[in-house]
Design a protein around this ligand. Structure first.
Ligand SMILES: [Zn+2]
Length: 189
């Protein structure tokens, strides 16, 4: 697993080779083909012992959590000292990361989850769909996504979106629709 993750991290470090496309491509992580598992497995009987109810493998989930923790090291959190990272997996297999960026006005602070989602939309457009969101922090604390992030995640979520986060009793995991019941959605008709 580590070697897989390291190869992904290495692939993200050769930024700016002169062509904008290369630079943009380099900010995106992606599961190696053998780890990419498009479409969730809906039948328990079809799952291997290495598979999570989300349809993702335990290896994939561990990698997302690891990338989230790694990204937390980049957090700008001089006011709270609470450093959070997020890694989002899109249905196309792309992975984007984000960290919290605080501001002295406090109200302008942006969370890790939203940072990652905004980064993904900035690169791929508004057609992105979230397969998974992994959250980690460097404070050994529980940190489920806040209400604001849940509402932003709703915009790009499906019935197949799962969230992985540090819970109060160890690693938490939940289907997104269970994380934000009775959500507000604008009727566009
Ligand atoms: Zn948040």
């Amino acid at each position: 697993m580590l070697s897989i993750r390291n190869s992904l991290v290495r692939s993200s470090t050769h930024l700016i080779s002169g062509k904008l496309g290369d630079a943009l491509a380099a900010v995106t992580h992606r599961f190696p083909p053998h780890l990419l598992n498009p479409g969730a497995t809906s039948s328990l009987s079809a799952m291997s012992s290495n598979q999570h109810p989300s349809g993702l493998s335990l290896e994939q989930i561990a990698m997302l959590r690891s990338l989230a923790a790694e990204t937390a090291a980049n957090a700008h959190a001089p006011y709270s000292g609470f450093r959070v990272g997020a890694a989002i997996l899109l249905e196309g297999g792309e992975i984007f990361t984000g960290c919290n960026v605080e501001n002295s006005s406090f109200g302008l602070t942006n969370c890790a989850e939203r940072s990652a989602i905004f980064s993904a939309v900035s690169k791929l457009g508004n057609g992105i769909r979230l397969r998974a969101v992994a959250v980690a922090n460097l404070n050994n604390a529980a940190s489920a996504p806040c209400g604001a992030c849940r509402q932003v995640m709703l915009e790009f979520s499906t019935q197949n979106t799962w969230v992985f986060f540090p819970g109060s009793k160890g690693e938490g995991d939940i289907r997104f629709s269970d994380l934000l019941p009775l959500a507000f959605q604008l009727d566009k008709k």
